[in-house]
Design a protein around this ligand. Structure first.
Ligand code: SF4
Length: 170
């Protein structure tokens, strides 16, 4: 495992960071918004974050240190964006280090689970993810009543070792 406390690790394009949130997944969570998305869903709620250049260029170590500072208070870390899978080539060291703190990891993506499986770079992240919220935002299925999703086509999938264990409903 790359120890990010000693090495900078891969560079990430970060659109935003929340120390604490109750609305981006179950429990009290830090949230990393990663820049760049190719889905272009009509009605996108994070339009500016679709750009791959939006936000700040940070080392994985920089991001990890923000998370480590919050670790005593939070249940886990949520990755959103943008679509965080677009930076999948650079995310493994950060995810490994987050898991070493005993924190859970949620990921939001516009891809479906099956689409992620078909892409080697995307699927390498699945074993680190505890909960995957999958699917594009579809305006026709917009919902304000279901927790943690924006449209009812999106699924909240509990993963174990990269495989779906069950679909969660909140
Ligand atoms: S996947 Fe998310 S960030 Fe990307 S266009 Fe759709 S709503 Fe916007």
């Amino acid at each position: 495992m790359l120890n990010l406390l000693q090495e900078a690790g891969p560079t990430l394009q970060v659109a935003g960071f929340l120390d604490h949130s109750f609305v981006n997944g179950e429990g009290f969570r830090s949230v990393v918004f990663l820049s760049g998305c190719n889905h272009h869903c009509p009605g996108c709620h994070n339009l500016s974050m679709q750009s791959f250049n939006y936000g700040d260029t940070l080392s994985s170590k920089d991001v990890f240190e923000k998370i480590k500072k919050n670790a005593p208070l939070i249940n886990g870390v949520t990755f959103s964006g943008g679509d965080p899978f677009e930076q999948s080539e650079r995310l493994v060291p950060l995810l490994e280090n987050i898991k070493s703190l005993g924190l859970t990891i949620w990921f939001y993506t516009g891809y479906t689970y099956d689409q992620l499986l078909e892409n080697e770079s995307f699927s390498q992240l699945l074993p680190y993810i505890d909960v995957l919220v999958d699917g594009r935002f579809e305006e026709a299925y917009k919902t304000d009543t279901k927790k943690y999703i924006g449209s009812s086509n999106q699924r909240i999938l509990k993963l174990l070792d990269g495989s779906i264990q069950e679909e969660l409903c909140f």
